[in-house]
Every structure is written in structure tokens, then in C-alpha cells.
Design a protein around this ligand. Structure first.
Ligand code: PEP
Ligand code: MG
Length: 755
């Protein structure tokens, strides 16, 4: 008999055994006989998880006395290793494997070859199915597949027969005890909650098919539907042409129409599996193959195929929708491979406490939005979805970049204590909501906040900021699948101004490009950008795509009818760029005048200082401006030539380094004598010690992340500005070895908390 025929024979017999009325142990005994015979192996054994150990439950070929006697820990011997790593082993010579552990009571010494597969239930190994053979030989792929399919069937039977204790699966220490994994902090903060998968795991209810033809039809219809969905996505003109986005969709399309894939699924159905089980089976096989090939490019493609495979199972089983559509029950930590900003916005903000991603980078759109929503995010946690199960308790420490899975009580308590301390601090700072931030010597400091979404505006009165010093208008573009129409922009700006009331809002014109790429807005020059942070972005892009800036200018001017409008241009590198951008606004203003539309009562124009070169021409630029805002995020990456999105460089350069402080001090001096309001709107200003340094340099306006407003206002009130400025000027001319340490010492001596 060929291996393929043997495999088919095994499945047919399994079907009969499963349908028979024997008790579970009887079925297991019958299964080992069938497999042993089918694969021409002297030995076939089933180990199941019991009390945290893998116990020999049934065997053909090993000493029968060993049944329910031989027990192996997870990770012990070959069997324990298979369960531990949830992986298949196929060895011609078992004893030469480093994990081999000999058990004399089994009498297995005479068997040379060994193959074993995990029996997986709810993503956990609950047992192992293995075969052994006297002659050294590697089992053929088709035989291994027969074993894997049998393991799938067994897992269903085991669960139904209650051969494994679900509680035990849930509590088995080796796989589900507390564990800590470190990723990359993308948005700072602490969060505790229950793990919820963005794409809910699909449960395969039935593995063995009752009517093979019906299963064929189901998978056929699912394929047709999935292909339709993918075609629709690719045909949406709004995604534009070219660019990475299209490449991804093309790959999807290629897989969706891949004959080989659908053929393999059909073959699996022919062998007796349901449509869902067949798709999963084929996916398992692909996963296994891919694991052997160490190629990052292929790994990416694998993710695509995995996504499609999940989509197909979802369609076939009718389990549609993300966790957002099902609604969150309590405090939730969202688990995803990756997430789009729009997908994040679909979640209930009150219940979503944190996000943990397998991928993600500091400047991913979703991270920008999460930051605006105040939701801590940890990313780059490889293998995340294998570490966590739906419903696990998680502690997210997005200060250290750590996620604790299933924490023990003392860990929860320690975390809660930190959490409580943070909350206490926040509550104490909240008391400063209506307090005006004057320094001890009576200087009024302006503490404004950064915003980007309509929802952010309610925060303005909650934290008591003086206004919005930076409204990142590109957020609307980032969360939208298409370029937002002028009317849509107009509505947003009008709502924002209404919400702000008397308080000023500084609208920054779109700052797209670089790390904030839009799939629907690409150009040849952008694709060629090897260094997007220094590429076609910000005002450069806006001036070239004049239509874009025109539409935005009109929307802003109309929205501010009868009110004062503050407009700020990002990434200005030379004064003429400011002039050109301002001219676009003036032209639109003229047009609105002709149309007799209500005009803004006044317009103030400002620029961001983010490109160091601009600092050298302030004498030319400043007379043109009403205000200037230093964007320290970009500025410092250019000063140090250190990509702000590169995690390796994140801690390398200090915002309190002599070069940055001297640079800022020069800008402050250059600005003196001009009637231009000078502010800082980068992340730097939201940290206590850094904000203190900025005050020391003579900066009296900050626009910061909303959560920091209370803390900074509290600090401002403890500062004696002339004294601080004297100290700062001393450090700049006679630098101590560590300015941060010097400043901290200075603050602590004056009862100013530094973090
Ligand atoms: C900055 O660069 O400091 C800034 C505030 O702008 P963004 O972070 O949006 O680039
Ligand atoms: Mg910037």
C-alpha cells in the first residue's frame, strides 16, 4: 500500500471508531492499533496531559504495563519536547536527539525511528501522538500528515469525552503560568485587563465530515466570497495606484486565486475532514514548511496567507467580525498582529485599556492614534499570539515595555500599587484644572495641549489647558481610507472650534509623508524615498500637491468664519516655503471674499521650527510670523542625525544634552525683540524635567500631550523663574558633566518632583 493510500485508510477507519459506541479508553486503544498498522509501525502511543504531566494513555507495541504508569513532564524527553514546543518531530534515530530520555518500563530501546505530533486543544498541547519503528527511517510527509490529521480528530474526541480536564488545560503551569515578555514601548502608560483578540480565534466545532460533497460545496462558496472581497479591495480606486499597499493586495489576490491552495484543501476534505478542519490542516502544514525556511520575506508572505486562511475559515463558519463588533465586556487589553487606525477607533474607549501588538513601530498610524487616545501600547512582541489566550489577565507596563501574562497575586498587587500611585498623582494634578499656571515670581506660563481628533476636544476642559497649541490635522487623513473631502474637513474644523469656545486652536496644515505615509497619496518621488523622514513630506508635499493645501485652506477659512484662525505650517525649511503656503491661504481668502462668505475675524500665521537650517534664517523669517513653535521631535532627530522611529536610538540622545539646550537657547535669543510668540510643541515639553529646562531657557509656552497638562501646571507653580534661568545660563556656559543630573538635583532641593 502506498503512503497516501494508508493515510486515507486511517481516516476512514478513524471515522468508524469515532462513530462507534465504545468508551473513550476503548477508542484510544483502537486508534493506536489503526495508526500503527496503517503506518507500518511497531509502536503507536498516545500521551495525554493529566495533572500537569504527559501520561501514557494507550499504546500498541510498548509494554502495556507502562500505560497510566509512564509519565513525562512537559519538556521532558522527545514527547515532552513536542508538547512544549507544539511541534512535530520526525527522526530516523531517536536516541541521537539531545532531548531523548529513555524509560526502561516501556521497553522502547529496540525502536530506532520516531515521529510524534502534538494534540492541540485551544492552542495548547494537551497530548502527543507518536509512532516508533525498529528500522531507522524518516517517515514520509504524507504519513506525518496522517498523524497530524489524526491528532486533530483526537483533540475533538478528547474534549468531548472529557478525557482532559479543561480547568487543567487552563491552569497547567508550564504553558499557562505567569510569564513576562518584553517588547517595545510604543505609547507609555500602565494598563491592566483581560486579553481580547482583535480577530477572535475561530473554534472548529467539528473535524470529521459527515457529507463530503456538502463540505466541498461549502469551501467552494467560501472561496468565491473571499475572492470577491479581495477583488473589491483591489478595485477600490481610492487606494490609488502603486505603493506598498497595492503590493500587499496583489499578494492577497495571488494567494486567493492560488490553485494549489484550493486543491490541497479539497484533498483534505476528500480525506474526511470538514471544510474548516481542512483549511486549518493545510495551514498547519504550510506553517510547518515555512518554519524550516528562515527567510524574513517569506515570513511576511506567510502572514498574508495566514490572514487569508483565517478569513476563509471565518467565512465558511460564519464567525465574522472583529472583537469591536462584538463589543467589549470589561477592562480590555487588545491583542493583534497589527491594527489599522480606523480599526482602533471602532473600540469602546472606556473599556479599551491597552494594546499589545506582534508588530508595530513608534510611528505606525495606529500608534499615533493610540497616543492621542491615551492608550498604552507595546509592540514588537514576536510570537505574542502563542503566549496568550483570550480571557487571560494581562498587565501592560508600557513604561518598561513589559507584558505580564496571567500574573500571580503579588505581581498584581505590586502593579496595582504603582497604578494607584500614578492615578493618585493624576488626581492630584487634576486639581490644577482651573488653576492658572503662574510661576512663583508671577510669570504666566501658557500650557496648551496637542490634539488631532474631534474626540480630543472634550479633554481641553477636563485637563484645563490654555488651548490647543498643535492640532495635527493629518490625523483625519490617517484614519480615513480616502482623501477627506473639503466638506468633511470643514465639518471637523468647525466642530473643533466650537468645542474650544474662547480658547485658541492652532491648526497645523497636513503633515503627511515620512513616517505618516498615506496609501492613497503616493508619488514616484515618495516611493523612491530611501530616507522618508528627510524626504517628500510636510509642507514640501503640501506645496507640490497644491490642490490638497488649497482644499484645506478653504476648509479652515470657512470653518473659522467670524472667529480668529491660527494656522501653522510644518517642516518649514526656508522662509520662501512659508510665503508660498501663506499665499495659498490668501488666494482662498480672496475667493471667499468674492463669494461673500463669512470670513475669519483675523488670521495669524505661524511656522514650526523642526529643520535646524531654519534657525539660521530666523532674522528673515520672524518678521513674517505671529508665532513659531519648536517641534522638538523632528528637530532633535535632525540635530543628532538619529531617526526618531528607530528603537535602537530611542535612548541614545538626551533631550537635556548640551547641544539641544544650547540650540534652543540660541533660538530664544534670536526671537527676542520680535513680536512673535515662541512655543515648544514636541513630546519634550510634556516631561517634567524637560519642561523645567525649557522654562529655564526662557520658553513660556508649551503645547503638550493632554495627560501631562496637570503635572506641568503643578510644577510651574513651584518655580522661581529668575533663579532657574540663572542656573540654566550657568550650566550652558560652564557645563556640568551631566546636565540632567544637575537639573534634577536643583529641582529636588526646591521640593520639585522630577518625574
Ligand atoms: C515635532 O516634530 O516635534 C512635532 C510636534 O510634530 P510631529 O510629532 O507631529 O512630527
Ligand atoms: Mg514634526
Amino acid at each position: 500500500m502506498t503512503a497516501a493510500a494508508a493515510a486515507r485508510q486511517i481516516l476512514t477507519s478513524l471515522h468508524e471508531i469515532m462513530a462507534s459506541r465504545q468508551h473513550a479508553q476503548g477508542k484510544l486503544d483502537a486508534v493506536v492499533d489503526i495508526i500503527g498498522e496503517g503506518l507500518d509501525s511497531e509502536v503507536c502511543s498516545i500521551y495525554l496531559l493529566r495533572e500537569g504531566m504527559l501520561e501514557l494513555y494507550a499504546t500498541r507495541g510498548l509494554n502495556k504495563e507502562a500505560v497510566h504508569v509512564t509519565r513525562l513532564a512537559i519538556g521532558e524527553g522527545l514527547t515532552g519536547t513536542i508538547a512544549d514546543n507544539i511541534e512535530t518531530l520526525n527522526l530516523a534515530e531517536a536516541a541521537s536527539h539531545p532531548d531523548f530520555a529513555y524509560r526502561p518500563e516501556t521497553g522502547e530501546e529496540k525502536f530506532h525511528s520516531f515521529a510524534g505530533v502534538p494534540i492541540v486543544y485551544r492552542e495548547r498541547a494537551v497530548g502527543v501522538l507518536c509512532v516508533q519503528h525498529v528500522e531507522p527511517r524518516r517517515y514520509e510527509d504524507i504519513e506525518i500528515e496522517a498523524l497530524q490529521t489524526t491528532a486533530m480528530v483526537l483533540s475533538e474526541m478528547i474534549a468531548h469525552a472529557e478525557l482532559i480536564d479543561e480547568e487543567e488545560v487552563a491552569l497547567s503551569d508550564a504553558q499557562t503560568g505567569p510569564s513576562v515578555a518584553t517588547g517595545l514601548t510604543l505609547v507609555k502608560g500602565l494598563a491592566s485587563g483581560t486579553a481580547v483578540f482583535h480577530q477572535p480565534r475561530i473554534t472548529i466545532e467539528q473535524v470529521m465530515a459527515e457529507d463530503i460533497e456538502a463540505e466541498r460545496q461549502r469551501v467552494y462558496r467560501a472561496f468565491a466570497k473571499m475572492r470577491d472581497q479581495i477583488d473589491n479591495l483591489t478595485n477600490q480606486s481610492e487606494f490609488g495606484v502603486g505603493g506598498e499597499h497595492e503590493e500587499v493586495l496583489q499578494t492577497y489576490k495571488m494567494f486567493a486565486y492560488d490553485e494549489g491552495w484550493s486543491r490541497r484543501i479539497n484533498e483534505a476534505i476528500d480525506s474526511g475532514l470538514t471544510a474548516e478542519a481542512a483549511i486549518e490542516r493545510v495551514q498547519q502544514r504550510t506553517r510547518m514548511r515555512m518554519r524550516e525556511i528562515d527567510d524574513p520575506l517569506l515570513a511576511d508572505r506567510m502572514h498574508d496567507l495566514e490572514d487569508l486562511s483565517n478569513r476563509l475559515i471565518r467565512i465558511v463558519s460564519g464567525q465574522l467580525g472583529t472583537a469591536a463588533t462584538q463589543g467589549l465586556q470589561g477592562d480590555t487589553i487588545l491583542i493583534a498582529r497589527n491594527l489599522g487606525p480606523a480599526e482602533l477607533l471602532e473600540y469602546d474607549k472606556r473599556r479599551l485599556k491597552g494594546v499589545v501588538l506582534e508588530e508595530g513601530s513608534l510611528t505606525a498610524h495606529v500608534v499615533i492614534v493610540a497616543r492621542a487616545m491615551g492608550i498604552p501600547v507595546i509592540g514588537r512582541l514576536r510570537g505574542l499570539r502563542g503566549m496568550v489566550r483570550e480571557g487571560d489577565h494581562l498587565l501592560v507596563d508600557a513604561e518598561k515595555g513589559e507584558v505580564t501574562f496571567r500574573p500571580a497575586q503579588p505581581m498584581i498587587e505590586a502593579f496595582e500599587a504603582r497604578f494607584a500611585k500614578n492615578r493618585e498623582k493624576q488626581a492630584a494634578y487634576a486639581e490644577f484644572r482651573d488653576v492658572e499656571p503662574f510661576t512663583r515670581d508671577g510669570t504666566r506660563i501658557h500650557v496648551m495641549m496637542n490634539a488631532g481628533l474631534r474626540d480630543d476636544m472634550s479633554t481641553l476642559s477636563v485637563v484645563g489647558a490654555d488651548g490647543v497649541g498643535l492640532f495635527r490635522t493629518e490625523f483625519q487623513f490617517l484614519v480615513s481610507a480616502t482623501l477627506p473631502a473639503r466638506e468633511k474637513q470643514l465639518r471637523l474644523y468647525r466642530d473643533v472650534l466650537d468645542a474650544a469656545g474662547e480658547k485658541p486652536v492652532v491648526f497645523r496644515t497636513v503633515d503627511i509623508g515620512g513616517d505618516k505615509a498615506l496609501p492613497y497619496l503616493t508619488s514616484d518621488s515618495m516611493e523612491d524615498d530611501e530616507n522618508p523622514a528627510m524626504g517628500w513630506r510636510g509642507l514640501r508635499l503640501a506645496l507640490e500637491r497644491e490642490g490638497l493645501l488649497k482644499a484645506q485652506a478653504r476648509a479652515l477659512l470657512e470653518a473659522a468664519g467670524g472667529r480668529r484662525l491660527y494656522v501653522m505650517f510644518p517642516l518649514v525649511s526656508e522662509p520662501w516655503e512659508f510665503d508660498a503656503a501663506k499665499a495659498v491661504f490668501e488666494e482662498q481668502l480672496k475667493f471667499l471674499k468674492q463669494q461673500k462668505k463669512p470670513l475669519p475675524e483675523a488670521i495669524e500665521f505661524g511656522a514650526m521650527l523642526e529643520v535646524p537650517a531654519l534657525a539660521e534664517v530666523l532674522d528673515i523669517l520672524l518678521p513674517k510670523l505671529s508665532f513659531i513653535s519648536i517641534g522638538t521631535n523632528d528637530l532633535t532627530q535632525f540635530l543628532f542625525a538619529a531617526d526618531r522611529a528607530n528603537p535602537k536610538l530611542a535612548e541614545r540622545y538626551d533631550w537635556l544634552s548640551l547641544s539641544i539646550l544650547r540650540f534652543l537657547s540660541r533660538v530664544v535669543r534670536a526671537n527676542a525683540g520680535h513680536n512673535v510668540r515662541l512655543a515648544v510643541c514636541g513630546e519634550m515639553g510634556g516631561r517634567r524635567l524637560e519642561a523645567l529646562a525649557l522654562l529655564g531657557l526662557g520658553i513660556e509656552r508649551l503645547s503638550i500631550t493632554p495627560v501631562a497638562v496637570g503635572s506641568i501646571k503643578e510644577m510651574v507653580r513651584k518655580v522661581d523663574l529668575p533663579e532657574l534661568r540663572r542656573a540654566m545660563s550657568g550650566w550652558l556656559s560652564n557645563p556640568p558633566p551631566d546636565i540632567r543630573a544637575a537639573l534634577r538635583h536643583w529641582a529636588t532641593e526646591r521640593g520639585i518632583e522630577t518625574d
